[in-house]
Design a protein. Structure first.
Length: 207
């Protein structure tokens, strides 16, 4: 069954970026299918209607329809408070790990891992075997890529990050996305479009 769901998810330019069992259920974490995701999203009604939160609204429409088709329930990162534990689910899935800079790293998406929502299905579907973190053999360029060292300490310095982006922005984080995320060798194979990273950066800055 999970392969049928995967095909339907892929047809919507999403992919399964983690799966786990919780209680008697199976949870599938869904994120963008790159590199075509952003090109297709830009043509959707939500992206063109000028209203707020276009990506969240698109995600809820598409994933809710998938849930109906497969008799599942949904979770979204914006639901709350309390908010669904997407980070914990991702770590439990065996496809995501804590990176050297604290952010989640996915086996295929690298530090560009993001989640648009999740499907919860009754019963335990067969899951792929856990893999190993791509950070283990890595030289870890993410640790030195941030020009203000906002990510390589024990906590994320949000204000230093924003001040750099709104000020000198020596690494062009505003236009191309976080320099530390981009430095990850796995991220560099994920083919996320710079304009998609710029969209998320504007949201981060509250613009």
């Amino acid at each position: 069954m999970i392969e049928d769901i995967r095909k339907a998810v892929n047809a919507q330019l999403l992919e399964i970026l983690g799966a786990l069992h919780e209680g008697a259920d199976t949870i599938l974490l869904l994120g963008p299918l790159e590199p075509e995701f952003w090109k297709v999203f830009k043509s959707t009604p939500e992206a063109q209607d000028g209203q707020s939160d276009p990506l969240d609204r698109w995600s809820k429409r598409i994933i809710s329809q998938l849930a109906i088709n497969f008799k599942a329930s949904t979770h979204f990162p914006s639901d709350g408070p309390p908010y669904p534990p997407f980070i914990s689910w991702a770590l439990e899935s065996g496809e995501n790990w804590a990176s050297p800079i604290g952010m989640l790293v996915h086996q295929n998406a690298g530090l560009f891992a993001s989640y648009r929502g999740a499907l919860r299905l009754n019963g335990h579907l067969a899951l792929p075997a856990p893999t190993t973190s791509p950070c283990t053999p890595c030289a870890k360029p993410c640790k030195t890529a941030c020009p203000v060292d906002a990510l390589s300490k024990t906590s994320y310095n949000v204000e230093a990050c924003k001040a750099h982006i709104l000020g000198p922005d020596s690494k062009s984080c505003r236009a191309h996305g976080c320099a530390a995320r981009s430095a990850c060798p796995v991220s560099q194979t994920y083919s996320r479009r710079p304009e998609q990273s710029a969209f998320h950066m504007r949201a981060f800055l509250g613009e």
